[in-house]
Structure formats: C-alpha cells, structure tokens
Ligand binder design. Structure first.
Ligand SMILES: *[C@@H]1O[C@H](CO)[C@@H](O)[C@H](O)[C@H]1NC(C)=O
Ligand SMILES: *[C@@H]1O[C@H](CO)[C@@H](O)[C@H](O)[C@H]1NC(C)=O
Length: 194
C-alpha cells in the first residue's frame, strides 16, 4: 500500500466519521427524550389572537380566517387587541384540546382544557363554540407558561393572559379575580433556538 492510498483511506474514514457525528448530533435530542419526542414542534405554534367585543367580552382565536370573520361581524363590534400567546392548531405531542365555549344565555366565552371542567361547563349553561379547537399543554412542560384565567363577575367576562404584569393589572384595576390556570401556552418570546 503506498502512502497516497493510506491517506485516501484515512480521509474516507474521517469523512464517514464526520457525517456520522453530524447525524448523531441531529438525533441527540430525540435520543435524550423530552425536547424532541414529547414536545410539540414550536415551529408549528400559531398566534392566539385576543379580540374584545364592544360589550366587554374577550374572544381568543388562532385561525386567521375566523379572526377576519369576527372582525367583519360589525354588530358585535370586535376589536383585535393583541396576540395573547402561541398555541397549536393541530394536536401535537403532549398537547390537549383547549375548547372554546360560549354562554347559552349571556355572551361570555370560556376556554377549557380539563375534560372534567368541560363536562361541568356543558351541564351548566355553556355550549361548544364553532371556532376551531386549538391545542395547549396540560402541565408546564416544553417551555410553556401558565395561561391565567380571570373572571369579572359583574361584567360576566372571562379574561386569559400569559403575561404576569397584565394579570396583576386586571386584578388591581379592572375588577377581575383569579379563577385558575387554564393550561400552559408558549409565550410570545418563545424561541426554539433557546
Ligand atoms: C458536519 O460537521 C462538520 C463539523 O462539525 C461541519 O464542518 C460540516 O459542514 C457538517 N456537515 C454537514 C453535512 O452538516
Ligand atoms: C380537572 O378538574 C377537576 C375539577 O375541577 C380537578 O379535580 C382536577 O384536578 C383537574 N385535573 C387536572 C389535570 O388539572
């Protein structure tokens, strides 16, 4: 074997080791578990828009077509306020449906991930709304944050926020009180590179 052939074969070994290492790097998070195998793909997460009715109820919608339809529903006077969080529009790993319910008698909207509470709500004056269901995490995993559920009993209005300062402001200045954590959403600043 001459030197050139030795070098050539060493080179080919090096190349295959390098590509093997690259492959290993890409697969490493999956082999390690949580991040790649038990979380939704953050690249699929969509803005969950918050709309406010002229009458004071809040509506949360991810589907852009539905946002447009609601905003054009002039008699309701919906205004687009902000993006409240990031959610999934299809069921990804470890996520659960976050149902949109509407009052049978009033006009408030209710958002429920817990199936026991869904059954309670359906038995207590709410029906499932026609907005497409979105999906969130039922526990705080995968970089998610609490989606706080607040209620203003006098206004018959439910409010949800992932922003702690907004939660405190609504309690201090808008007549809302904490009810629960509705589920866990990805915050707006979420970066899959983090
Ligand atoms: C493989 O990794 C090496 C160094 O880690 C890099 O120089 C090379 O561009 C990578 N190749 C591919 C196909 O990603
Ligand atoms: C769902 O709601 C019920 C009734 O409020 C509660 O007892 C239960 O702990 C909740 N489950 C989860 C996973 O939060």
């Amino acid at each position: 074997m001459n030197l050139k052939r030795v070098l050539a074969s060493l080179l080919s070994v090096t190349v295959s080791l390098t590509s093997a290492r690259n492959t290993t790097d890409i697969d490493a998070p999956q082999a390690a578990g949580r991040s790649a195998e038990t979380c939704g793909d953050p690249a699929d997460a969509l803005p969950f828009y918050r709309l406010l009715a002229g009458t004071g109820e809040y509506l949360y919608v991810a589907d852009p077509t539905t946002v447009g339809t609601e905003l054009r529903a002039a008699p309701n006077g919906w205004a687009l306020q902000t993006v409240a969080a990031l959610v999934f529009s299809t069921q990804e790993v470890s996520t659960v449906p976050f149902y949109t319910l509407h009052s049978n008698t009033g006009s408030e909207w209710l958002y429920v991930a817990n199936t026991t509470e869904l059954a309670n709500a359906l038995n207590n004056g709410y029906h499932l709304s026609t907005e497409p269901v979105v999906y969130i995490y039922p526990t705080q995993i995968c970089g998610s944050v609490p989606f706080y559920y607040l209620n203003n009993a006098a206004e018959k209005s439910n409010f949800y926020t992932a922003v702690e300062s907004e939660r405190l402001d609504f309690i201090a200045n808008e007549g809302y009180t904490d009810v629960d954590i509705a589920g866990y959403v990805l915050p707006l600043g979420y970066s899959q590179c983090a």
